[in-house]
Design a binder for this molecule. Structure first.
Ligand code: 5AD
Length: 365
């Protein structure tokens, strides 16, 4: 097996069968070989630095009804909130003060005019209020607020957001239709990714790993989907049940196998896509105490500490067992730096941490 694996690792074009082979590894030694190869690829393509993004979950009000999500529109258990503009700016200043360099603004999906104006104002204010000698252009801003029309995406971009995360959730259209209500179309999500790219965003997408009905072949196709769509950033994580969502009736994978599969997905995505940003996501930590460090060890290069105000953190539960109530404080930051160092990496302080892949692709426009 060792020779066969080494043959795959040195390839420039990975076939679907190669990817299935890597994702199906079960032997500890083989998985360690995959991990090493992915870690080396990350070091070679990106360097030693791990970029930090403070994530602010600024509202859990959602107009969508995804069958897997804890803050779906019909969930009656959720106490809904929208953070005040000042609260978001405070969190952003804290991120800048901690040297995070950039933030992610995430919320449930809304498309009404009031929401759009509010987001535009928040983006402008963050840009304005987080400039300092170490960050002359203010914090980098990534948005993660779902499907919007082109005009709206453009307004957010012009206001100062320059990266956007919109997960495709799965590249298998049939599976997509099984986990979303009929008015949420795969084609629309794909169109949104194309619009974002056309406008000039660094485009991020990703999938949920291990949800009911998904096979290894689907995950392999997801990795190829990222490559075919020339994606700049990847955020993916394990599917974890949320008891208030209908998909919970179908259960979930056991945590150990789910962690292993998620880490293999990170490693394989690094091997195939090479120079993209890959986040080690919070959901990894929900299934394993050191899940996010492991993500770094398997080739991820971005960490997103949750810096939402503590009073709302527990109201933004996409899935069960969300960790991180203490994130963003001084003690936490010290620990974070220690963890990054113990993974053989260095935190990228006061840097936006843009995607290398993006930088290369715009040179050829
Ligand atoms: N388990 C894991 N990830 C989830 N998300 C939503 N619900 C769950 C869940 N139950 C992810 C989706 C979405 C992102 C914001 O959170 O992939 O795009």
């Amino acid at each position: 097996m060792k020779e066969e694996l080494k043959n795959i690792f040195t390839k420039n074009d990975f076939s679907k069968d190669d990817i299935v082979c890597l994702l199906s590894l079960t032997d500890e030694n083989d998985i360690e070989l995959l991990r090493e190869a992915a870690y080396d690829t990350a070091t070679r393509e990106i360097g030693e630095k791990v970029s930090l993004r403070g994530i602010v979950e600024f509202s859990n009000i959602c107009t969508r009804n995804c069958f897997y999500c804890g803050i779906r529109r019909d969930s009656r258990e959720v106490v809904r909130y929208v953070l005040g503009k000042d609260e978001i700016i405070e969190s952003a200043k804290k991120a800048a003060f901690s040297g995070y360099g950039s933030i992610v603004l995430q919320s449930g999906e809304r498309r009404d005019g009031e929401f759009i104006e509010y987001v535009v104002e928040v983006i402008k204010a963050i840009k304005d209020k987080t400039k300092n000698p170490d960050l002359p252009n203010g914090l980098g801003i990534t948005l993660s607020i779902g499907e919007q029309d082109e005009k709206t995406y453009r307004r957010f971009f012009e206001a100062g957001a320059h990266r956007y995360l919109l997960r495709i959730e799965t590249s298998n259209k049939i599976l997509y239709s099984e986990i979303h209500p009929g008015d949420q179309k795969f084609e629309n999500r794909l169109e949104c990714l194309k619009k974002l790219r056309k406008i000039g965003y660094q485009v991020g997408t990703g999938v949920m790993i291990g949800f009911p009905g998904q096979r290894i072949e689907d995950l392999a196709a997801d990795v190829l989907f990222f490559a075919e769509n020339d994606i700049d950033m990847i955020g993916m994580g394990p599917y974890i049940v949320s008891h208030s969502a209908p998909l919970s009736s179908k259960g979930m994978m056991d945590k150990e196998s789910l962690l292993e599969l998620s880490l293999k997905m990170i490693a394989v995505t690094r091997m195939v896509l090479k120079d993209v940003n890959i986040a080690s996501t919070t959901a990894l930590e929900a299934i394993s105490d050191d899940g996010r460090e492991k993500g770094i060890m398997f080739g991820a290069n971005v960490l997103m500490p949750n810096i939402s105000p503590v009073r709302v953190k527990s109201d933004y539960q996409l899935y069960e067992g969300k960790p991180g109530l203490d994130e963003g404080g001084e003690k936490y930051n010290e620990m974070l730096i220690r963890k990054i160092s113990s993974a053989g990496r260095r935190p990228a302080l006061n840097e936006w941490g843009d995607s290398k892949h993006f930088k290369k692709r715009i040179q050829f426009l």
